[in-house]
Ligand binder design. Structure first.
Ligand code: NAD
Length: 498
């Protein structure tokens, strides 16, 4: 990081500023907070917290850009700029990779294949969508016989507030910023306080490709009574797109109600994996292990409840245990690392509290349940063991609440109907993975599971042109491909009398 992250005086700490109207600016109240390395537990950067005044400046800059230069660009010119953004992220790939892994503690091997390439691709994908989107037209009859032509026009909404979480910072933020800009809106982005680096670094990219000032703004800070709330309350915001916890979504929705602003929400989950006796056992074990332990279990689509047909239960539990115990826990830059630390001390405490609770509730601990032994240099990092439990009743908090750690509970089932009932017995509805070689069963079960996405014999695989979102309390609306247009544009009808 260069211009946005100069060295703070008298220390080697990186300084992360807000990006407003094309410039990196300090907090107007000179308020800063620490950014902590999850590997060592040490502060490595200070972040400028955006005050209400800073948020106001960012929203005004976005509104001016929307009404000004950005609003006057042709779709082709806009789309070409977004292609350049993607190319520039790829040119600066290693900087984004290092910044993302330092903020999150995730392995380079993971971020290199998922976070950074997808973060870049999100700009191209939505540029292509907007270039190729058809509009609807209906010719209607009229009593005078001349008729009328109705046609749809999609126009941007204005200034979009983008609020993103810490688990896949660049990927989830660009998943919103890409379509928002492609559709002609401008954005004010509030990344998670835990992971401000790559979002703020994107400001440099925007300037390098010649993005007009004010189109992309970043304000750093916290949620409640801080930057996030100032943003969602600001009357200059026309719509809010948010990814994070369901409880946060509820708070944001209250602010969105003032002024009847549209929301798109991607929220929490408590996803089930259903493993039938007719599955390919190796495939089911490999896929389930990934869905439980990838990114240290900090994936909204991850599996925390596994239901296994009774005849293969013991074999499956033993197989998943072996995979958990075979995980290489280590520092992000080590290519052998399969699992890094958790993102923050707070998140680790939350996960460890569930580990304690499971023990108190009498769970059978198949493996893990504590903190791994780590070398002294990184012993203060936010490490946890991959953990598997069995034997808890279905109403246990371990099975009902989203933990967001590298852990799962495994329960046997006897019939297909029982498996469906168990999978649906949750307030969430984000994702399910079904493991079976019976295609009829796969269709039958997929239609009955109340979620936004069902995987059959795979996990975390999705054509980006398809819809993404949650059912029940896991979200509102769908994003992805042309579905993103529903949120990022206003569809207007023009009726022309012939
Ligand atoms: P979080 O809700 O705590 O925070 C998300 C963002 O909201 C952060 O930027 C935070 O500062 C901000 N925020 C918090 N309170 C706010 C408020 N009152 N007003 C405005 N902004 C506020 O979530 P998190 O801990 O960062 O992320 C983990 C959660 O995100 C999990 O529940 C996970 O399931 C969910 N998630 C969902 C998806 C999905 O696609 N459905 C994807 C990733 C993560």
């Amino acid at each position: 990081m260069s211009s946005q992250a100069s060295s703070a005086a008298q220390s080697t700490l990186i300084e992360i500023k807000n990006f407003i109207d094309g410039r990196y600016v300090a907090s107007s109240a000179n308020k800063t907070f620490d950014n902590i390395d999850p590997v060592t537990g040490e502060v490595f950067a200070i972040v400028h917290e955006a005050t209400e005044q800073d948020v106001d400046a960012a929203v005004n800059a976005a509104a001016d850009a929307y009404r000004g230069e950005w609003g006057r660009l042709t779709v082709d010119a806009r789309v070409n700029l977004l292609y350049k953004v993607a190319d520039r992220i790829n040119e600066r790939f290693d900087e984004f990779l290092e910044a993302e892994c330092r903020d999150t503690g995730k392995p380079y091997s993971l971020a290199r294949h998922i976070d950074i390439p997808r973060g870049a691709a999100n700009f191209k994908i939505f540029a292509d969508v907007i270039r190729n989107v058809p509009t609807e037209a209906f010719r209607m009859e009229t009593p005078d016989g001349a008729g009328a032509l109705n046609y749809g026009v999609r126009l941007p909404k204005g200034v979009i507030a983008v609020i993103s979480p810490w688990n896949l910072p660049l990927l989830l933020m660009t998943w919103k910023v890409g379509p928002a800009l492609a559709c002609g809106n401008t954005v004010v982005v509030k990344p998670s306080e835990e992971t401000p680096s790559t979002t703020t670094l994107l400001g440099e990219v925007m300037n390098e490709v010649g993005m007009p000032a004010g189109v992309f703004n970043v304000i750093n800070g916290f949620g409640t009574d801080s930057t996030g709330e100032y943003l969602t309350r600001h009357p200059g915001i026309d719509a809010i797109t948010f990814t994070g916890e369901t409880v946060t979504g509820t708070a944001i929705m209250k602010n969105a109600a003032v002024g009847i602003r549209d929301v798109s929400f991607e929220l929490g989950g408590k996803n089930a994996g259903l493993v039938f006796a007719d599955c390919d056992m190796e495939q089911a074990l490999e896929g389930t292990a990934r869905s439980v332990f990838a990114n240290c279990g900090q994936v909204c689509l991850g599996t925390e409840r596994v239901y296994v047909e009774r005849s293969i239960f013991d074999e499956f539990v033993a197989g998943l245990k072996a995979r958990a115990e075979g995980m290489t826990i280590g520092i992000p830059s080590d290519e052998a690392t399969g699992m890094g630390p958790m993102v923050s001390r707070q998140q680790r405490e939350k996960v460890l509290s569930y580990y304690d609770r499971a023990r108190e509730l009498g769970a059978t601990i198949i493996t893990g349940g504590g903190i791994p032994d780590m070398p002294p240099a990184v012993a203060d990092g936010f490490w946890v063991e991959p953990t598997i439990w069995t034997g808890l009743p279905e109403d246990s908090p371990i099975i009902k609440e989203e933990i967001f750690g590298p852990c799962c509970h495994i329960q046997p089932f006897d019939t297909e109907d029982e498996a469906i009932r168990l999978a649906n017995d949750t307030r969430y509805g984000l994702a399910t993975a079904i493991w079976t070689t019976n295609a009829s069963r796969a269709h039958r079960v997929a239609e009955k599971i109340e979620v936004g996405i069902t995987w059959v014999n795979c996990w975390f695989l999705r054509d980006l042109r398809t819809s993404f979102g949650g059912a029940k309390q896991s979200g509102i609306g769908r994003e992805g491909g042309v579905h993103s247009l529903e949120f990022y544009t206003e569809l207007r009808n023009v009726c022309l009398k012939l």
